[in-house]
Design a protein around this ligand. Sequence first.
Ligand SMILES: [Zn+2]
Length: 310
Amino acid sequence: MAVNSAQIADFLAAQCAEWPLAARNFGALDGVEMRTVEMPGWTFKVQFNPARIVSSGAKVDARSLAERPCFLCEKNRPAEQRGIEWGGYTILVNPFPIFPRHLTIPANDHTLQRIAGRVADMLRLAGELDGYTVFYNGPRCGASAPDHMHFQAGNSDFLTLGAAIDGAELRPLLVDEDGAMLAVCTSLPINIFVIDAPSPEAGAALFDRLYAAMPVPEGEDEPMLNLLAYATEGGVRLVVVPRKRHRPSFYGTEGDGCMLLSPASVDMGGAFITPRREDFDRIDADVLARVFDELCLSDEEINLIAENVQ
Ligand SMILES: [Zn+2]
């Protein structure tokens, strides 16, 4: 059942050889333009990726979802798309990539995008896929299929989150007897929690305690969040990005100040994806600061959660 990065590299190559859409879209990544934007303690990348209009412009309201065939269900997948079975999930190549190596990992059943009870799976996968970051977008925090549970994964060296955390101040909140630690970090442009654990189970146990302390917005089933996980020398790291809003107030395609930005885990991981040229050109540190101010938690808001963790 276990997978490894070498096996995934072969799988990606095989899918690109037999699936023209995947080959074309992975090939197109070689030509996408990238810039960097410096913020205190964190260098962000900006990628101009017109193919991602599908995701950034996605309609995720209940009616739109009900009217489309679910692209993560096996019966609706393209004939060329093959999968690797992995403990109740299937590892797939993402045919609309952001990363040079980009995977989608749906649950085998068509079941709602909810993280409760699944963080140990996520951390186990991150531990097996050395060099990859496994991520989860909450149903109202960037998931384009909030009706079908899935993770994604991409090569970690594309993101700048790891380097930012390595240079940041982490304030420990909980440390268990095995040395697993939950910490809060308010010294970066995005306020986050970081869990470092020697095992997936220990990490998941700390996540559960944090999850219980996070507010659930009215009408929602879970706290708004993005999660990113990757293997470390001592085990696994889980980064929790609490959110308070899905898209910025200036989200859109019409009007002077509007930008088509729909930030999710990848953006919170340090790589902003812009499907439109004008947004790519306009993003700077001020725009990013406004996005984080609207979508992420203030120092006061994250410290309130930190105080409530038990
Ligand atoms: Zn489905």
